[in-house]
Write a protein that binds this ligand. Structure first.
Ligand SMILES: Cc1cc2nc3c(=O)[nH]c(=O)nc-3n(C[C@H](O)[C@H](O)[C@H](O)COP(=O)(O)OP(=O)(O)OC[C@H]3O[C@@H](n4cnc5c(N)ncnc54)[C@H](O)[C@@H]3O)c2cc1C
Length: 409
């Protein structure tokens, strides 16, 4: 990286924050511009569906204070999204009309919450992606008695569990036959379902939603399995869509995500992309993936920093994820094998107490994924095992008297 290099980062979420930190640490004197659509400097998104909703006083937790960016020589462009990229001229135009030149450009544009067009603009319907939406949802929650969550994925269930903890009557509508079906094993889905139901959540899996009935600007009812379900507050948590519009308009290859190589370079080497918005080649999975997690955003940003600072190395990270839902602390390391994978088997390892356990998923004797429930030490050790490519004997791994770290020695 030459000392005069201009790097423009478009984003302002986890990946962008980690890029800024990595470039500052590398200390090679690049001029860095951070272009953020949101008016805030980068903050942590995970609390928005958890502690933030519970605590009226809680503010978004910043990655770093604003002064840090100035000290690191990073110029902030807040609340001024990038509206166009000119790859030939190597410029980015912002909504304000400002034009920034770059030698390397990094797209860290994340995802946006998937919407249902029929419900946009209704006063008792919420989405959750950014801090302003979380603040709106928090005030809507304080006024609601009954909360309906559309979508039994991570964010929907986290909001549902938070709402239940606030004393609301909560209904979750999931169209798939099980909860979290894209991310966890059927056995874990079953456990999550049973735990939330036991806590008093009304969860309907395989739910068929039909017509929506509005009264003025409010959603009054949804048809569920042929019956009208009255709605007080509806939170729509039906997944996220990668934010690729800028990249597509700039002629970069996209396929449900901005396509990058193992160095986070897009189809134009001068342009990198990181985080939720990317589709990247995963060595362990042997295929291209798009992941939505803090771990993925941070690790891809580290790979991009290495590329930008002349220390390029291929991306190679064990994916991991967590989700806090009421009494459940779910932690996943690796990717769960698809249902029906030949040679797959699972062993259950009891956790440190009755509420905890881990599911170790093997394929042809190789450890592929560990799903932990209220077993944080086993989760940490599982990540290390997967990073080291170790596959403990399933019978021994199932014995809680033998710490998983034994298998790392
Ligand atoms: C409520 C919630 C809870 C979550 N909980 C967890 C959790 O418990 N564990 C976990 O691992 N992950 C969790 N996630 C997912 C995690 O937050 C994301 O994977 C992570 O934020 C991805 O980082 P990113 O930088 O790729 O994208 P983001 O953090 O989404 O940031 C993208 C940023 O780019 C900005 N942007 C988009 N287009 C432009 C443009 N044209 N110009 C300028 N800026 C632009 C967006 O406004 C946004 O600020 C959660 C997400 C949400 C929303």
């Amino acid at each position: 990286m030459s000392s005069s290099q201009d790097i423009v980062i478009i984003g302002g979420g986890h990946a962008a924050a980690q890029l800024c930190a990595g470039l500052a640490e590398a200390g090679q004197g690049a001029r860095v511009h951070l272009v953020c659509e949101e008016a805030s400097i980068p903050y942590h998104r995970p609390p928005l569906s958890k502690t933030f909703l519970r605590s009226p006083e809680e503010a978004p937790q910043l990655h770093r204070a604003e002064a840090w960016y100035a000290e690191a020589g990073i110029t902030l462009h807040l609340g001024d999204p990038a509206s166009a990229i000119d790859r030939a001229a190597r410029t980015v135009t912002l909504r304000s009309g400002a034009v920034l030149g770059w030698e390397r450009l990094v797209l860290a544009t994340g995802t946006r919450a998937r919407r249902l067009p029929a419900l946009v603009g209704l006063s008792n319907v919420a989405l959750l992606r950014a801090a302003d939406e979380a603040a709106q949802l928090r005030s809507m929650l304080s006024a609601a008695q009954q909360v309906t969550v559309l979508g039994g994925g991570f964010i929907g269930l986290e909001v549902a569990a938070t709402a239940l903890g606030l004393g609301k009557h909560v209904t979750v509508l999931e169209s798939a036959p099980r909860l979290l079906s894209r991310a966890v094993s059927p056995a874990l889905s079953e456990h999550v379902l049973a735990t939330h139901r036991a806590a008093g959540m009304d969860i309907r899996v395989g739910a068929k939603t039909g017509a929506w009935r509005t009264e003025g600007q409010r959603l009054a009812a949804i048809e569920v399995d042929g019956q009208a379900l009255p709605v007080d507050l509806l939170m729509v948590g039906i997944g996220a869509v990668p934010e690729t519009a800028l990249a597509e308009a700039a002629g970069l290859e996209c396929a449900d995500g901005i396509v990058v190589d193992a160095y986070m370079q897009t189809s134009d080497e001068a342009v990198l992309a990181v985080g939720d918005c990317t589709r990247f080649p995963d060595r362990r999975a042997g295929q291209a993936l798009r992941l939505e997690s803090v771990q993925n955003a941070n690790d891809q940003a580290r790979t991009a920093v290495a590329t930008l600072t002349g220390a390029a190395r291929p991306h190679d990270a064990v994916p991991w994820f967590w989700s806090d839902q009421g009494s459940l602390r779910l932690q996943m390391a690796g990717l769960v094998p698809a249902e029906g994978t030949p040679g797959a088997n699972t062993v259950r390892r009891p956790g440190p107490n009755a509420a905890g356990f881990s599911l170790l998923h093997y394929v042809n004797g190789m450890l592929r994924c560990v799903e932990s429930v209220n077993a944080p030490v086993d989760h940490m050790m599982s990540r290390k095992l997967l990073e080291a490519g170790r596959s403990p004997d399933p019978a021994v791994a199932a014995d809680p008297a033998v710490p998983l770290k034994t298998h790392l020695a």
